[in-house]
Ligand binder design. Structure first.
Ligand SMILES: Nc1nc2c(c(=O)[nH]1)N(C=O)[C@@H](CNc1ccc(C(=O)N[C@@H](CCC(=O)O)C(=O)O)cc1)CN2
Ligand SMILES: Nc1ncnc2c1ncn2[C@@H]1O[C@H](COP(=O)(O)OP(=O)(O)OP(=O)(O)O)[C@@H](O)[C@H]1O
Length: 192
């Protein structure tokens, strides 16, 4: 099946989730991530902030727990430009002002600019991923563009409430694969 099919299926599935389900599953992801970063530490992590009206994973909860558990870890989040599909990234502090943009994405305001090469790991949003580590997003290519500018060894960590789909048939050259994907039940690791 192709991206368009998986995108549609995932959006339909997401619409039916309750906030309680999303919370409980996000908590399970936070626990896997704590275990993962305990074994594989990073000092800087790029995160996405959730579009709540789309029942996205509660990365506020994940951020909160990671910063408590790893006080030295630095976090960054994006401001998205829907004209160019580029993301500008800013360091998050505990008191960073966040304002929702027109698409419902909370974005940092008045924060310090970060550089794409600063991040050791990136938490990647997705609608579906497959058994090879390819992903489908909303289809604007924000993350394909962003990850292409990060350092080559940046750890690309997908977050998903659902298990992998068998194969994304039209995964293309510019699609950057995940290194791992964290799900409520387990972490999936992908080889090159
Ligand atoms: N939290 C979060 N931030 C993110 C992403 C994401 O998936 N999640 N993105 C990942 O690349 C980029 C934003 N991508 C987006 C692309 C399209 C739409 C959009 O068109 N939204 C429509 C409805 C979409 C639908 O339900 O079909 C809308 O809000 O009206 C929103 C975000 C960058 N930041
Ligand atoms: N590195 C890149 N440079 C320029 N254009 C790109 C790049 N990566 C992807 N694109 C373009 O972006 C569009 C969307 O790509 P794709 O369908 O893979 O998005 P997606 O991964 O599902 O969405 P997103 O990354 O926003 O979550 C495509 O038209 C593709 O050609």
């Amino acid at each position: 099946m192709h991206k368009a099919h998986w995108r549609k299926t995932a959006l339909a599935h997401r619409r039916d989730l309750t906030p309680q389900h999303v919370q409980a599953q996000s908590q399970a992801l936070a626990e896997h991530l704590i275990q993962y970063f305990t074994a594989n530490p990073v000092s800087s992590l790029h995160i996405f902030l959730p579009i709540r009206k789309h029942n996205e994973i509660d990365t506020f909860l994940i951020w909160e727990q990671l910063r408590q558990r790893f006080p030295a870890m630095r976090f960054a989040a994006s401001v998205s430009d829907f004209q160019t599909f580029a993301m500008r990234n800013y360091w998050l502090e505990n008191n960073t002002n966040l304002v929702e943009n027109a698409w419902g994405i909370p974005e940092p305001v008045g924060a310090t600019l970060a550089h794409d090469a600063d991040f050791e790991a990136v938490l990647v949003p997705l609608l579906a991923f497959d058994e090879k580590g390819f992903r489908v997003g909303y289809g604007k290519g924000f993350y394909d563009r962003f990850l292409a500018k990060c350092r080559p060894d940046v750890r690309k960590i997908g977050l998903s409430l659902t298990p992998p789909v068998p194969a994304i048939a039209d995964a293309a050259e510019h699609d950057i694969k995940l290194d791992l994907c964290v799900c409520p039940d387990q972490i999936y690791y992908f080889q090159d």
